[in-house]
Design a protein around this ligand. Structure first.
Ligand code: FE2
Ligand code: FE2
Length: 483
């Protein structure tokens, strides 16, 4: 059915859900729209309301051709409601209702749980835009600036996606939740965002790249789990969001990779072979590899916290209800109910790290986090290939799961990135060896200058190998209003 693949522009809100014939939801969304635009102006990219940005917009949700590129002022971007096509005969893929037809309406007994999951997911989307609000001012190139804004408008669209579900399926309290999503603010004391990592700062571009690599990947895993929902509208929404999320992680992986490449090249040019000769390397105007490792440690561990407690009855309930599945649920070879299965979980008990088997139903978060870690390891391997090819002896590593944790069994445990348990006093003393210090942050901040000549790049980062949408190196990805 092409109707559900192609995007209709017959209302202000582009969509592939027949919005023009759903007056109630159309009205609710139109009422919410001005508040969203106000939020974008107050909390979105600071100082870029008038500039023309070369952005992609979905014109179809067909995987082969959904994007169209063109210049647009960001407040005029056509945020829309896009769902992946309905799969004929789809069934609930897990839990006690396994194999029954997927729900097209909210199942009454799971209403509160479902609403909560949608609100939590929805809350992360505008939060990251707020965290990245000031980065445009220090973009290392117009190419990078454009990628930042692309990520930002798509996170905005993800907010629309969750607001649509709230307004369409949850009536009055759904509308209230939709309004609250515009009221909370990342880092606010009174009304913070719901999850820890989304209240942290994204102070510089290396943080931005680490965030899009590690934290957007948490988003990917959550969307993968929600794409397995027995509530079909949520599944279809998340399936389309995943196609956008892939680009965010591409921005992160290539951004960190280009930073590493530039550092190694500068070291080679200067004849520096010791990657720990930090002062000499920093004098070249590039970010030393040990500091890149510290940034990795920070963003990876903040992202691990987003998976929640290793053992969780909430997660068990969501799985059992068929509201949230596991990563690639249909491909897993088991009963999809987890009646007798166990799953190994690490635990911090009496000052030691132990492994124990728990009922798999209660270890749903742990399993998703393990899938995440495997997924995240791929890019680290590719970063190490860049370092090795440039002849530098250094290896980036994902830290141990018990290092620097604020959620779950390892909360506050004095564990090193290598997984050694040490005394709390020693851990505090050595903290700056493992996590970015104030001085590290100041140094990185000193490199952050806006480069606005098409085709030029700040000295700390290598140019990309390919342009966006096949564009050549000197392409003007952002036409700056006052340029
Ligand atoms: Fe998102
Ligand atoms: Fe994202």
């Amino acid at each position: 059915m092409s109707r559900s693949i192609d995007v209709s522009y017959d209302t202000k809100i582009p969509n592939n859900i027949g919005l023009s014939s759903d007056r109630r939801v159309l009205k609710a969304l139109e009422k919410w729209h001005p508040g969203y635009i106000d939020w974008w102006k107050d909390s979105g990219p600071d100082g870029f309301l008038e500039d023309l940005v070369y952005l992609r917009t979905a014109v179809s949700v067909d995987p082969k051709g959904w994007a169209k590129f063109g210049y647009v002022k960001m407040p005029e971007y056509r945020w829309g409601i896009l769902l992946a096509p309905q799969v004929e005969g789809r069934v609930i893929p897990c839990g006690e209702n396994y194999g029954e037809p997927a729900w097209q309406e909210v199942p009454g007994e799971h209403r509160a749980l479902l609403r909560r999951l949608i609100v939590i997911q929805g809350d992360t989307e505008p939060a990251s835009v707020e965290q990245q609000r000031y980065l445009g001012k220090t973009a290392p190139s117009l190419y990078d600036m454009r990628n930042l804004f692309q990520v930002n408008v798509e996170e905005g669209r993800h907010l629309w996606a969750m607001v649509y579900l709230l307004q369409k399926y949850f009536g009055r309290d759904g509308r209230e939740e939709a309004d609250e999503l515009l009221r909370r603010q990342s880092g606010s004391v009174d009304k913070p965002r719901m999850l820890g990592a989304f209240n942290e700062e994204t102070p510089d571009w290396l943080s931005f790249f680490m965030f899009t690599y590690f934290t957007d990947r948490d988003g990917k895993m959550q969307l993968e789990a929600l794409a397995q929902s027995g509530f079909d509208p949520l599944s279809r929404t998340c399936r389309f969001m995943l196609t956008e999320e892939a680009h965010h992680m591409f921005v992160g992986e290539t951004g960190v990779g280009r930073t590493i490449q530039r550092t190694c090249e500068a070291m080679n040019q200067a004849g520096i072979t010791d990657p720990t000769d930090i002062n000499a390397i920093r004098a070249l105007g590039v970010i030393d590899l040990p500091t890149i490792q510290k940034k990795l440690n920070l963003h990876y561990t903040l992202s691990l916290d987003l998976f929640g407690s290793e053992v969780s009855t909430n997660a068990a309930n969501a799985f059992n209800a068929g509201i949230k599945g596991r990563y690639q649920e249909p491909k897993i070879d088991d009963d999809h109910r987890l009646l007798d299965a166990t799953y190994p979980v690490r635990e911090f008990t009496d000052g030691a790290i132990i492994s124990k088997d728990v009922p798999a139903l209660t270890a749903i978060n742990m399993r998703l986090r393990d899938d995440y870690t495997r997924d995240a390891a791929g890019g680290v391997k590719r970063w190490n290939t860049i370092i090795r090819k440039l002849g530098i002896e250094f290896e980036l590593k994902l830290p141990h799961e018990g290092f620097h944790r604020q959620i779950g069994t390892f909360t506050g445990a004095p564990i090193t990135p290598d997984g050694l348990v040490i005394s709390p006093a020693e851990w505090e003393k050595r903290r700056d060896e493992w996590l970015p210090s104030k001085a590290d942050g100041d140094f990185i901040a000193s490199l952050m200058v806006q480069v606005r000549e098409p085709g030029e790049y700040a000295g700390w980062i290598a140019p990309p190998r390919m342009g966006i949408d096949g564009k050549p190196g000197e392409f003007e990805y952002v036409k700056l209003y006052d340029a």
